[in-house]
Design a protein around this ligand. Sequence first.
Ligand SMILES: CC(C)=CCC/C(C)=C/CC/C(C)=C/CC/C(C)=C/CC/C(C)=C/CC/C(C)=C/CC/C(C)=C/COP(=O)(O)OP(=O)(O)O
Ligand SMILES: O=P(O)(O)OC[C@@H](O)CO
Ligand SMILES: [Mg+2]
Length: 241
Amino acid sequence: MIAFPSFYNEWRHVFKLDPDREISDEALEAVCRSGTDAILVGGSSGVTYENTVDLLARIRRYEVPCALELTDPECAVPGFDGYFIPMVMNAKDTDWLIGHQTSAIEEFGAFLPWDSVAGEAYIVLNGESTAARVSGADCGISDSRAVAYGQLADRLWRVPVVYLEYSGAFGDMKLVRKVRGELRQARLFYGGGIRTSEQAREAGRAADTVIVGNAIYDDLAAALGTVEAVKFSVKEQDHVF
Ligand SMILES: CC(C)=CCC/C(C)=C/CC/C(C)=C/CC/C(C)=C/CC/C(C)=C/CC/C(C)=C/CC/C(C)=C/COP(=O)(O)OP(=O)(O)O
Ligand SMILES: O=P(O)(O)OC[C@@H](O)CO
Ligand SMILES: [Mg+2]
């Protein structure tokens, strides 16, 4: 029997680092030694094999687990602890839901370390974000539609991660709670616009895993403060069956 991937199951707080953005050695050390549960490497644009290898090599000076979000087969660098493959549930063009992923697997699937690979069912909700632009996501969906996307991914497709993505803007925590409350096996990742400890705490109460990205580059001290805020927050309710 093939083991179900679970390298991310205990993660509460994650820092997302973008290979296309510069980070000093000092800042990277602070991020890696912050007590975060993992570093997720990924970006919606400008990610190359070279900048991904370079970032991985620098992160490997530290003990923190490190996973890659695969957004282009060209950037599939070996040596990460795990790999995520995003699928955008609310993409207008199904290429971003299953098209690009299927083509990549058809061509390169034999080289994937499948036991360390997990799908992510993205629901992209900030129309201004790069992920929304790249995938042509329909961000004007109703709450009930977002909940239904989560249920479909979780209950029909058994995708292990549902990712509510507000990249660049702090999202609606009521909706995050609602979507998570309807998941039976998937973990709910939340990411977007976390700039303060209070926002991090709120997100930590609503989601299983909280991802902080852009703040690392814009306000490192505030970003570092989110680790403790998430880790000491208590999730409000657990999965309802
Ligand atoms: C590991 C290994 C050795 C493998 C070798 C074999 C191999 C090449 C296998 C291929 C694997 C595979 C199936 C790849 C899939 C590639 C693919 C095209 C996936 C589609 C990804 C997708 C849906 C992209 C749309 C945009 C999106 C949802 C991106 C993810 C989220 C993200 C990174 C958001 C943050 O972006 P950022 O740039 O920070 O945005 P802001 O400007 O808002 O900050
Ligand atoms: O960059 P921010 O806005 O923190 O969002 C985090 C992450 O969800 C991006 O994919
Ligand atoms: Mg970003």
